[in-house]
Design a protein around this ligand. Sequence first.
Ligand code: NDP
Length: 324
Amino acid sequence: ATAPVKVTVTGAAGQIGYALLFRIASGQLLGADVPVKLSLLEIPPAIKAAEGTAMELDDCAFPLLSGIEITDDPNVAFNGTNVALLVGAMPRKAGMERGDLLGANGGIFGPQGKAINDHAADDIKVLVVGNPANTNALIAQQHAPDVPADRFTAMTRLDHNRALSQLSAKLQVPVTEIKKMTIWGNHSATQYPDLFHAEVGGKVAAEQVDSEWLKETFIPTVAKRGAAIIEARGASSAASAANAAIDHVYDWVNGTDWTSAAVVSDGSYGVPEGLISSFPVRAANGTFEIIQGLEIDAFSRERIDASVRELEEERTAVRELGLI
Ligand code: NDP
């Protein structure tokens, strides 16, 4: 039998955590033959709720779940961790300035990055889900100088899956027939879901839809889907966000030819080095690699640049706040 993999989930008592933990424990994160140990990190007022979730995990008698730890101390939670899912974050509240939002999250992701730096396993992989995810990931990464920067990623897989679903409905094809979908930039309203490289039946997707639909319906529907879910459900998307986190890590570990993930830029496609921005990526041997050599037309260039500009502004703001 293989040794269990330690998976740490922050904000474990929240609604994404509730949708996520059971799928991890059932083997969907890493594979049906990989035992897992769960570590649940929460803030003190949420520890009791995390304990309740752990009781339910116990009651599932998952064959792959070898233990559960609950703590409010990041140094404990990340000790020996192989996979860290950073879900807990400070959401934007009405009337909150961007500086306040980034400052509050700096207070969460800075210390978590340092704890990962000091205590995590050598093969640590980090996925940041909590918003503003790209910049929270940057803050954590900057506090972990001893961890290779490419181990820090942020989630745009939900945007990617939403784009697949919208295009599938429009063209009346199964999602499995859509290849090479890409989300570029920030996980925010400025993100750019790209149909100029996506293919359906081996042909460019953008050529199979009218440009009016692409610009006026597809892009805004994908970018604003989170708000539409809140409007319909009275609560933010949780199961689909958890599903995307599972997809992201599963593909990172097990390999994929093409997906979207926010990874540390090496300057590819004119994205300034060091920013954590979404790209088309492949994964092999536990490493994401940015897919190179795509031609970017003027329309796409403008959209990518606008989203990357927002990431640069966020980086400047966290620098000025002394958070990185
Ligand atoms: P959720 O579990 O719904 O959301 C957690 C984070 O995920 C938020 O930042 C949220 O950003 C983001 N998110 C939500 N939906 C999506 C989506 N569709 N795609 C991408 N990101 C998404 O929040 P809860 O309030 O239910 O739970 C948060 C938990 O985190 C609480 O239990 C709290 O105690 C805990 N927490 C823990 C910390 C720690 O461990 N140190 C620190 C801070 C909080 P957005 O609001 O923008 O949707």
